[in-house]
Design a protein around this ligand. Structure first.
Ligand code: HEC
Ligand code: HEC
Ligand code: HEC
Ligand code: HEC
Ligand code: HEC
Length: 369
């Protein structure tokens, strides 16, 4: 009997020693763990309603999205083929884009539909080969990292580069073929105060933020686009500059658009759209999909895709004919994001109304003088 218990224990240890879960890192990397928990990378099929509902609509049997959204799943193949469904009691699934996953990517293989993350073989003694600071990697007693080929700077490209569906239709393109991740890390993982680990024996003052701030953060999202405007006679000229090295629209569920209001003595005298922001075609940025010539919303089966976008570092000039302005008239130009477009929210029966309500990205006001 004892030998069986021992054998059982050995098997369990062998199976589970392969994956170090997020929580296990928090013992020493407490701050980084808390930052990560607040990030979109910690969101998963169960906690991200938008993702779950689009996934179920795209395919109610196969969960192909797992390769990027649940990459550490110990039954990844079965999820993708439809033999298994997501299980909220499986940590390798609920850990989402986990610490261990990112920190054991060895290299990224470029591929047509989407790139593929190749995992590092486990290092000696079952310690993971982790990597850290890209500029100043260490050898330390806990992990070895300096020989990890991830220093080829490809860590974000396995999931964030591009995605096509089975009909070769583009679902998103965020990065150019040879674009590396260093830039991404500079903006999305800035250095913030505090050491990288609790004991901080090396007295480090900074570590790379793992909040991965993006469009969901009120302050951070102000930094992506510059808005400039001038009035010449009866024309309003707006210049939008995308400062990001990726398009304004990456995720096809979203819309980003301008709302322009002109006020004279407190009363609105002009607006760039009446009811829906999409009426103003030149300032409504979004993806649209068709299947065999007919408009569809969930892109999984689309045969055509089109994006009206502000591309990486692109400058776009918009011209509007406006009424004659008087001194003191006020023009307010605001860029908004709708995290889930109205038609998408409707198609998937989204409950969380916050995702539908436009959120302000940035606003400027000018006064006619
Ligand atoms: C027992 C404590 C402990 C645990 C648990 C732990 N680490 Fe570490 N880790 C450290 C120490 C100590 C350092 C060195 C910190 C320094 O150099 O300031 C470190 C450094 C790192 C680095 C930087 C490596 C380098 O060479 O630059 C990464 C990345 C890292 N850990 C990831 C993880 C991940 C992911 C987990 C969970 C799977 C984890 N660690 C669990 C103690 C730990
Ligand atoms: C090639 C990797 C990859 C695959 C495969 C993939 N995604 Fe994603 N997905 C991403 C990335 C990267 C983001 C973050 C992009 C962003 O926020 O703009 C994302 C974000 C999303 C979001 C937005 C989530 C939110 O709450 O804001 C939805 C919805 C989504 N994906 C749905 C899906 C569905 C459904 C599938 C499977 C049919 C899928 N994805 C497969 C990489 C992928
Ligand atoms: C999306 C990929 C990704 C995930 C998920 C991720 N990391 Fe990192 N981590 C990185 C990158 C990239 C760096 C290097 C940043 C740099 O050099 O500026 C890094 C750096 C680190 C460092 C060294 C920090 C420093 O500034 O010295 C530690 C420690 C670390 N990560 C631990 C963790 C832990 C713990 C988790 C989970 C709670 C985690 N990471 C999740 C990508 C990731
Ligand atoms: C100059 C700073 C900067 C750099 C460099 C940068 N980003 Fe961004 N990124 C932003 C800002 C600001 C936002 C939020 C504003 C927005 O999306 O309109 C954002 C948004 C995002 C989003 C969410 C978009 C959405 O609507 O869901 C993703 C995903 C993203 N970035 C990934 C990347 C990747 C991958 C790279 C590397 C190719 C990268 N970023 C490089 C500044 C940057
Ligand atoms: C294993 C795949 C994977 C890798 C590797 C990865 N990401 Fe992501 N990332 C995702 C997915 C999936 C999402 C969307 C999660 C969701 O919304 O449910 C996302 C979301 C984001 C967002 C959006 C935040 C927001 O507010 O919408 C940013 C920014 C981001 N990632 C940056 C990075 C950076 C920088 C790297 C490289 C250091 C990286 N990611 C590596 C899969 C990945």
């Amino acid at each position: 009997m004892k030998i069986f218990i021992l054998l059982f224990y050995v098997i369990v240890t062998l199976v589970y020693s392969k994956y170090l879960d997020n929580k296990s890192c928090s013992e020493c990397h407490e701050n980084i763990y808390n930052e990560f928990q607040s990030s979109m990378h910690s969101k998963n099929y169960f906690t991200d309603e938008l993702h779950r509902k689009v996934a179920n609509k795209a395919n109610s049997k196969k969960y192909e999205c797992a390769v990027c959204h649940m990459p550490m799943a110990n039954n990844l193949k079965d999820l993708v083929s439809g033999k298994a469904r997501p299980d909220k009691n499986n940590k390798t699934q609920t850990d989402a884009i986990s610490c261990y996953f990112c920190h054991t990517i060895a290299y990224v293989k470029k591929a047509h539909k989407h790139n593929i993350n190749i995992k590092a073989r486990q290092a000696e003694n079952y310690k993971p080969t982790l990597y850290g600071r890209l500029t100043n990697p260490d050898e330390n007693d806990k992990h070895t990292s300096s020989s990890n080929p991830i220093y080829a700077k490809v860590v974000c490209t396995g999931c964030h580069s591009h995605k096509l569906n089975d009909n070769n239709t583009t679902i998103f393109t965020a990065m150019a073929k040879d674009q590396n991740s260093l830039e991404c890390i500079k903006c999305h993982m800035p250095k913030i105060e505090g050491g990288a680990e609790k004991m901080n024996k090396r007295s480090r003052r900074y570590h790379a933020s793992h909040k991965f701030l993006g469009i969901h953060d009120k302050e951070f999202r102000k930094k992506g686009v510059d808005i400039n405007a001038t009035i010449q006679n009866n024309k309003l000229k707006i210049i939008l500059i995308n400062k990001m090295p990726h398009p304004l629209i990456i995720q096809p569920a979203r819309a980003k658009f301008l709302k322009i209001i002109i006020k004279e003595r407190g009363k609105t005298i002009w607006q760039n759209y009446k009811n829906k922001p999409s009426e103003d075609k030149q300032a409504y940025f979004s993806y649209s999909f068709k299947k065999d010539g007919k408009k569809i919303v969930v892109p999984a089966t689309a045969t055509e895709s089109k994006a009206y976008n502000l591309n990486a570092k692109e400058l776009k000039t918009l011209i509007y004919n406006i009424p004659h302005l008087e001194k003191g008239d006020i023009i307010k130009i605001s860029l908004y994001v709708q995290l889930a477009k109205s038609d998408c929210a409707k198609a998937i029966g989204l409950k969380d109304k916050k995702l539908l309500t436009p959120s302000l990205i940035k606003t400027i006001t000018i006064k006619k003088d």
